[in-house]
Ligand binder design. Structure first.
Ligand code: ZN
Ligand code: ZN
Length: 264
């Protein structure tokens, strides 16, 4: 039986041999152990340091809770925030090798880390999602200016891996990011929520060649949608995207991410 991550790792052999010439076969996170392209240049020791997210966690936002707790519970933030998604889950805790890999993947264009990150996401999400009757996957969109700067949307490439594993389509025409939000790491929970709540709009963004006439956003009545992001922090971004999907008619929205940051 092949695992979801093995399916993700398969690429054309010539690409892998070319990468082998360009990059030494050493773990790109610690540089102290062998690792090749098939595993995203992440070695066995660094993989062993990955902390997968296990119960107990908040049943709505997936916030991990340390300590003994029996039965489902909802955290204080979820109790006081109107949530537009049914639940959010993450594959891992955002620290150590995962956080390092995510940062390099999106800010340093380290796309060879894709098999590693996509493998973490798919290994955790596919067993949970495959029998759920989900209709489509929506990556959290980047603003067009940021997309041009970065060259790719990390949420979209991760969504692509999940799409292959689940055999359901990725839709990038449903929600766009109208306002470029700045790096949010220095903002409080409240400030983040306000910052992103106006950032997303249903449908496609304006195109330079068709500035005035935008097609009406498609309707997705009764559809079940999986929202994908790389890291989930407060959940405010995913919540803003989920709100637009509900406006388009989605009946169920869940959120999956590679890693869960535990900002309070
Ligand atoms: Zn390593
Ligand atoms: Zn919660």
């Amino acid at each position: 039986m092949t695992s979801a991550s093995q399916q993700v790792r398969q690429g054309p052999a010539w690409v892998e041999s070319l990468l082998g010439l360009l990059y030494p076969e050493v773990c790109q996170l610690c540089r102290g152990e062998p690792a090749g392209p098939a595993t995203g240049y992440v070695g066995v020791a660094c993989r062993a340091r990955v902390r997968t997210l296990k119960a107990p966690f908040c049943e709505r936002c997936g916030l991990p809770y340390s300590g003994e707790i029996s039965g489902p519970f909802t955290c204080a933030n979820c109790a006081e925030t109107p949530l537009h998604f049914d639940y959010a889950r993450a594959a891992t805790i955002a620290d150590g090798p995962v956080l390092d890999a995510v940062h390099r993947y999106k800010y340093s264009d380290a796309r060879w880390l894709h098999p590693f990150l996509a493998g973490l996401l798919c290994d955790a999400a596919v067993p949970e999602l495959q029998a759920g009757g989900w209709s489509m996957i929506v990556p959290v969109p980047l603003h067009s200016v940021k997309l041009r700067e970065r060259g790719f949307n990390q949420a979209e490439t991760l969504a692509g891996a999940l799409s292959k594993a689940l055999a359901i389509p990725v839709r990038t025409d449903l929600v766009h990011r109208a306002a470029p939000t700045h790096t949010q790491t220095t903002l409080s929970r409240q400030e983040r929520a306000e910052n992103v709540s106006r950032a997303f709009h249903a449908g496609q963004g304006p195109r330079w060649f068709n500035w005035t006439r935008r097609p009406a956003p498609p309707r997705i009545h009764g559809k079940s949608v999986i929202v994908i992001d790389d890291v989930l922090t407060t959940g405010a971004t995913a919540n803003a995207v989920a709100r637009e999907l509900r406006r388009l008619g989605a009946s169920r929205v869940c959120v999956w991410s590679v890693a869960r940051a535990t900002m309070r």
